[in-house]
Design a protein around this ligand. Structure first.
Ligand SMILES: Cc1cc2nc3c(=O)[nH]c(=O)nc-3n(C[C@H](O)[C@H](O)[C@H](O)COP(=O)(O)OP(=O)(O)OC[C@H]3O[C@@H](n4cnc5c(N)ncnc54)[C@H](O)[C@@H]3O)c2cc1C
Length: 449
C-alpha cells in the first residue's frame, strides 16, 4: 500500500510536487479555491496594491493562473544567501527550465543570453537574464502534462492546521497523511504553520519581496545597444536583460520599457500598471476608468507588449529592489481575525536602490541623451507578488537542500515547499527557483517512499 501525502495548496509548487509524487504515493491535494480567482481576503494590507490588484490567486494552478511566467535563476551569491549550494543545485534548475522549454528553445534563449553578455562586456552591470515563454502556463495543467501517472485526489477546502497524522480543514474535516507538504504560498503557509503550532497571536518574521517602482524616463542614442539587450525575441520566447547593480549588499535591477516621450504621466499615478492589470482582470469597471484616464500609459503598454517600442528612443525605467529578511517585516497573526502583512521598504533599502540607480546613470551616460528622474522620496513602490521567507522561522538553519532544509520544526513529517521557504532571492522572480526546489524535495521523498 502506498503511503499518503497531503499537499496543501495547488499553486506553483503544490502542482509540481503532486505530479512528481503521484506514482510512489497516494497524493491528495487540498486547494482552497474551486475556481480560478484572485485571492484578496487572506491578509490585511492597505499598501502596495496587495489586495486591490491581482497579487496571488486560488484555484488549481494558484497564482500561476495569472502570472507572466518570466523565468530567471538566482545567481550564486543569492543562492548562498538562501542556504542553497549553487553547484549542487544546477541539475534542479535544468529540470525547472525543461518544464517550461523544449531543449531547442532553451538553446535559443541561452544564445540570446550570451549575446547580451558580449554586448555588456567591460561594463560593471551584471545581467539579469530573464526568459518569458510566449505561452503563459497554468502550472497545474503544465505539470500534469509533463508528469502524467496515477490519479491525484483533489479536495477543495481550506486547511486550518496540521495535526498529528494529518491535516484539519475549516469545518472540522480531517485528512490522514504520512507526509504533509505545505505549499500554500508565501502568505498562506505561515498562517497554516502558526495555527498548527499554537502561535495564533505571534508575529511571523522573515518576509521579503523585490518591490518595484517606475523611477525615470530616458532618451537613448539612436544606435544604443541597450535597445537590443532590453528585449530579444526568439521563436517561442522573449529574452530580457535586466541591468543589475549592488549597493550595501542589496541588488537593484533596472529594466527599460518602451515609452512614447519623456512625459512622466504614464509612469506615475494609479494607472501606471494598468494594461498588465487589465489583462488579468478585463471586466473591472474601476480599471477601465483608470485606463481611459491615462491613454499615454496604454500606448506605452502596447509598445511594450508588441515589442515595437524596443526600436524607439524613449524608455521608462522600472526598478526592482532586493529585500532581505528582517525581524520586523512579516505577518502579524491575529487570533480569529485576518492576519496583517507588512512588506515596507526601509530607508536603508531605498538608499541602496538610489545608489544603484546612480551607478546605472553614470555607467550608461554614453548611451543616454536625456533623462527625467522622479525624486527618490516619491518612488511609488508596489509589492511584486514574490512573497518569500515567511516560513524560515519554522525551519532549521539550512545546510544546503538536504531533506532537513524543507522540514518543519515541531511538526513531524511536515515539509514546506513554496515561496515561504526562500531566505533570499535577490531581484529574481522566484518561480523558476521554486520549481527547482520542488524537484529537489520530490527526489528526497521518493527516495524514502
Ligand atoms: C500578476 C502576477 C505575475 C507574476 N509573474 C511572475 C513571473 O513572471 N515569474 C515568476 O517567477 N513569478 C511570477 N509571479 C509570482 C508567482 O506566481 C508566485 O511566486 C508563485 O505562484 C508562488 O508559488 P507558491 O507555490 O508559493 O504559491 P501559489 O502559486 O500562490 O499557490 C498557493 C496555493 O495555495 C492555496 N492555499 C493557500 N492557503 C491555503 C489553505 N490554507 N488551504 C488550502 N489551500 C490554500 C492557494 O489557493 C493557492 O492555490 C507573479 C505573480 C502575479 C500575481
Amino acid at each position: 500500500m502506498k503511503k499518503r501525502v497531503v499537499v496543501i495548496g495547488a499553486g506553483l509548487c503544490g502542482s509540481v510536487l503532486a505530479t512528481l509524487l503521484r506514482d510512489q504515493f497516494h497524493v491528495t491535494v487540498v486547494e482552497r479555491g474551486k475556481k480560478k480567482k484572485p485571492l484578496f481576503d487572506d491578509v490585511e494590507c492597505d499598501t502596495g496594491e496587495l489586495n486591490t490588484s491581482i497579487n496571488r490567486a486560488e484555484g488549481l494552478g494558484g497564482t500561476t493562473n495569472y502570472w507572466h511566467n518570466a523565468l530567471i535563476e538566482l545567481d550564486a551569491k543569492d543562492l548562498t544567501k538562501a542556504g542553497i549550494e549553487p553547484g549542487g543545485f544546477a541539475p534542479y534548475y535544468q529540470k525547472a527550465w525543461e518544464l517550461f522549454l523544449a531543449p531547442s528553445e532553451l538553446d535559443a534563449c541561452n544564445k540570446a543570453r550570451d549575446a547580451n553578455a558580449e554586448a555588456l562586456k567591460g561594463r560593471s552591470a551584471a545581467i539579469g537574464h530573464m526568459v518569458l515563454p510566449q505561452t503563459r502556463h497554468n502550472v497545474w495543467t503544465l505539470a500534469n502534462q509533463k508528469h502524467p501517472g496515477d490519479a491525484i485526489e483533489v479536495v477543495y477546502g481550506h486547511v486550518r492546521r496540521i495535526v498529528d497524522g494529518g491535516v484539519e480543514l475549516d469545518g472540522g474535516r480531517r485528512l490522514d497523511a504520512d507526509h504533509v507538504i505545505v505549499s500554500a504560498g508565501g502568505i498562506g503557509t505561515p498562517i497554516v504553520l502558526a495555527h498548527s503550532l499554537g502561535q495564533d497571536h505571534d508575529f511571523v518574521p522573515g518576509y521579503h519581496d523585490h518591490p518595484q517602482a517606475y523611477i525615470a524616463k530616458v532618451k537613448l542614442k539612436p544606435g544604443s545597444f541597450l535597445k537590443k539587450v532590453s528585449s530579444t525575441a526568439t521563436l517561442s520566447a522573449d529574452v530580457r536583460a535586466g541591468l543589475v547593480y549592488e549597493s550595501d549588499d542589496l541588488k537593484t535591477v533596472v529594466y527599460l520599457r518602451p515609452a512614447i516621450d519623456m512625459r512622466l504621466g504614464s509612469i506615475t499615478g494609479p494607472a501606471r500598471y494598468i494594461l498588465s492589470d487589465l489583462r488579468n482582470d478585463p471586466f473591472s469597471p474601476k480599471k477601465i476608468m483608470l485606463l481611459l484616464g491615462n491613454l499615454e500609459a496604454v500606448r506605452e503598454a502596447i509598445l511594450f507588449k508588441t515589442r515595437l517600442g524596443f526600436r524607439g528612443d524613449y524608455y521608462s525605467m522600472l526598478i526592482l529592489g532586493e529585500q532581505t529578511p528582517l525581524p520586523t517585516r512579516g505577518v502579524q497573526m491575529a487570533n480569529g481575525k485576518r492576519p496583517t502583512l507588512n512588506w515596507h521598504v526601509t530607508p536603508q533599502e531605498l538608499a541602496s536602490y538610489d545608489a544603484s540607480v546612480t551607478k546605472f546613470f553614470d555607467e550608461f551616460s554614453d548611451q543616454i541623451l536625456e533623462k527625467k528622474v522622479i525624486p527618490t522620496p516619491q518612488w511609488d513602490f508596489r509589492n511584486a507578488a514574490h512573497h518569500s521567507g515567511t516560513a524560515t522561522s519554522f525551519l532549521p538553519t539550512p545546510g544546503d537542500t538536504t531533506k532537513e532544509f524543507f522540514r518543519v520544526k515541531g511538526l513531524p513529517n511536515t515539509y514546506v515547499c513554496d515561496g515561504a521557504l526562500l531566505r533570499a532571492a535577490g531581484i529574481a522572480n522566484s518561480g523558476l527557483t521554486l520549481v527547482a526546489l520542488s524537484y529537489r524535495l520530490a527526489e528526497h521523498l521518493r527516495a524514502g517512499a
